[in-house]
Design a protein around this ligand. Structure first.
Ligand SMILES: [Zn+2]
Length: 570
């Protein structure tokens, strides 16, 4: 591509709204342009990167035996009602109505559409296994889009769905997709870690996320510093201290704690640290109430609580409910003397506590020296607390959990029969029994990968694209475009590199060397070839690998081989 004829629009300064490196550099490099908050257009350079990333994904999907399809963006409400997700999918999908008042959502994910699609033609066990995938625009009603391409309202995903006859088949399909994802990230030079995850609105079990550790990420993972344990924040668990012998006799005392609403206020007044208090959080779960107990310095993990109640509708008890259950204002609830039909569940850590503080279920009062068994019983022990940096690892019991910021790039799930049952994706087995197919689903954030690549591969002066994602494989800078002899050399090199199958950006524009160097660094192609003074004086070209600045001089005969070699190692 001749730079003089290409649409290159770099910026000297990054727009003020761009806070993270990928956002800044993609704007400055002329890769993307904003349309609205969390909505972007792709300029020619950006589209090239996007398409190369898609190509890597497509190749690995095809090798893994998946088949590409293209499903619609517009999903009729009826389909989502059949799966039961129209009202409960979180966050609520963007919805639209046509002129006849029919409702649709803009697909945030395609389980309904793909299951209905497969159901139309699925008849016998001979029709499956099958895995279908697409690369498609997705929509998410994001209230606070941020980080450029990291969190958008509209983005591009590759989503795949597998249909199998049985659990073993699902395991095979899942593993094939998992392995394909590992290869995709290897090819793109993105050192991801895979972590345990929560299925959320999609549903299912056995889910793993592929995370890129990055300071600009908005997710957190916990990794053990001595074994291979890794989990996202929602699922992470840590080792609780050993339980202690419960006390037989009560020694609790009522103390006055006027106007103390928070753990800090109570413990401050009583002169103890927050880990000596047990927090009592009241929830409405289905038709009943739950009191969830965690140590005062811990946060309750609501995903874990939701998992415990297994799909029962769950919300915090409101002020009136708290008043009626405890006889006190909010802030003074405790496990001692709650109505018998309130289920008391407690985090394992509470088992290791003695003589702790709890609310007294009366206004302006707490109990001190409360103990298990002597003062109250627990109906069920559950892992309820959020893991923290520095906790002991539950898997190896010796290592320490470390918190890392990260960007979620992909997610694989075993779905089971939730959608195939609801949307009739059933088949007849060899005996003629009608069975729901067993599904898995597998997503990769394609546009987010572009941002992640820049986060992972950039320097002060610009982007350093890994080979498989770069918009061009190499760039040639002709520093004296008026010099006929140099121009002939550069023209010749351009043709030779193209003949080798490389995409080359040839900067033969009438611009200063300084501008050309700065722009080449900003755009960040893997190899840069300079035809300039050294070429005139010594008959050599300068060849530089963007990733590490490694530079060589090559004769005109050796130049093509050197470019290929340095590109190969990018
Ligand atoms: Zn460990």
């Amino acid at each position: 591509m001749l730079a003089s004829q290409y649409y290159i629009r770099t910026l000297r300064e990054a727009p003020a709204e761009a806070e993270i490196a990928s956002h800044r550099l993609l704007l400055r490099g002329g890769y993307i342009r904003p349309v609205g908050a969390g909505i972007f257009s792709w300029l020619p350079l950006g589209l090239r990167v996007l398409q190369r990333v898609e190509q890597v994904i497509r190749e690995e999907m095809n090798v893994a035996g998946a088949h590409e399809v293209l499903m619609p963006v517009l999903h009729p409400r009826e389909l989502w009602e059949r799966s039961g997700r129209w009202d409960i999918f979180a966050p609520t999908p963007l919805r639209v109505k046509d002129r006849a008042d029919r409702e649709f959502c803009l697909g945030p994910t395609h389980e309904e559409v793909v299951t209905d699609l497969v159901a139309m033609d699925l008849d016998s066990y001979r029709d499956i296994p099958a895995t279908l995938y697409q690369i498609q625009v997705k929509f998410r009603d994001e209230l606070r889009p941020r980080g450029g391409l990291i969190r958008c309202k509209e983005f591009i995903m590759k989503d795949a769905y597998s249909f199998d006859r049985d659990r073993d088949g699902l395991d095979r399909s899942y593993n094939a997709m998992y392995d394909a994802y590992v290869r995709i990230f290897e090819r793109l030079n993105l050192p991801v870690v895979t972590v345990e995850a929560e299925a959320g609105s999609i549903g299912g079990t056995d889910t793993r996320e592929f995370m890129l550790l990055s300071e600009n990420g908005e997710d957190t993972v916990y990794m053990c510093d001595s074994c291979d344990y890794a989990s996202n924040a929602e699922c992470a668990t840590s080792r609780a201290p050993d339980a202690i012998e419960p006390l037989a006799e009560s020694r609790r005392e009522l103390v006055s704690t006027p106007d103390t609403r928070t753990v800090e206020q109570v413990t401050g007044l009583l002169g103890v640290t927050p880990d000596r208090l047990v927090k009592t959080l009241l929830f409405r779960a289905g038709d009943g109430f739950i009191a969830a107990l965690v140590r005062g310095d811990r946060a309750l993990n609501e995903f874990k609580l939701a998992r415990f109640v297994k799909g029962e509708e769950l919300r915090m008890a409101n002020d009136a409910e708290v008043q009626s259950l405890t006889g006190a204002r909010v802030g003074f609830a405790g496990p001692v003397g709650l109505p018998a039909d309130v289920r008391i569940i407690a985090d394992h850590e509470v088992r290791a506590m003695r003589d702790f503080v709890t609310g007294a279920n009366q206004d302006d009062a707490h109990f001190v020296n409360v103990n298990l068994a002597a003062d109250f019983g627990v109906d069920e022990w559950v892992d309820l607390r959020e893991a923290c940096h520095g906790d002991t690892c539950a898997q190896c019991a010796t290592g320490t959990l470390q918190a890392h910021r990260c960007i979620e790039l992909a997610h694989v799930f075993k779905l089971g029969t939730k959608y195939s049952s609801a949307l009739d994706a059933t088949f007849r087995d060899a005996e003629g029994n009608e069975l729901p197919s067993i599904m898995g689903c597998y997503g990769i954030g394609v546009s987010r990968i572009v941002a992640a690549l820049v986060e992972q591969h950039h320097g002060k002066s610009g982007i350093m694209w890994p080979r498989e994602a770069a918009p061009f494989d190499a760039t040639i800078l002709l520093l004296s475009p008026d010099d006929e002899e140099l121009r002939a050399i550069a023209d010749n090199l351009y043709t030779q590199l193209q003949d080798c199958g490389l995409d080359v950006l040839y900067d033969e524009r009438d611009a200063s060397p300084g501008v050309k160097f700065a722009e080449a660094d900003l755009i960040g192609c893997p190899v840069r070839v300079v035809v300039g003074r050294t070429t005139r004086n010594e008959g050599k070209v300068e060849i530089r690998r963007r990733a590490d600045g490694h530079e060589e001089l090559a004769s005109l005969d050796e130049a093509v081989a050197a470019v290929l070699r340095l590109r190969e190692s990018s």
